[in-house]
Design a protein around this ligand. Structure first.
Ligand SMILES: [Zn+2]
Ligand SMILES: [Zn+2]
Length: 95
């Protein structure tokens, strides 16, 4: 059996760890918790900004985002995503 050594997906940790489960991306459940709660906070903040009409800029290009766009990128950039990237982003956001 090949043991994969990965880098923790928690940007503040970045520890190397040996993967035990195929969907494991954090070195510990602690890191998973930290990132999950930060993602929730970020999502909440984005949602608040969106509703209050703060001007938001696409994360990948200088396009202004519509108030009704729930993504962090404009429709053009989102359309350019490959299914793999989409999946990756989803994992990053919700794992
Ligand atoms: Zn970690
Ligand atoms: Zn864009």
């Amino acid at each position: 059996m090949i043991v994969l050594v990965l880098t923790c997906a928690n940007k503040k940790c970045h520890k190397q760890f040996k993967r035990k489960a195929s969907n494991q991306i954090y070195c510990s459940s602690e890191c998973c918790k930290v990132v999950t709660s930060e993602n929730l906070k970020r999502k909440y903040r984005l949602e608040k900004e969106r509703k209050s009409g703060t001007t938001r800029i696409c994360a990948s290009c200088p396009t202004k985002l519509s108030k009704y766009n729930v993504d962090t990128e404009c429709l053009v950039c989102v359309k350019k995503y490959t299914p793999e990237k989409r999946q990756k982003l989803k994992e990053l956001l919700w794992s």
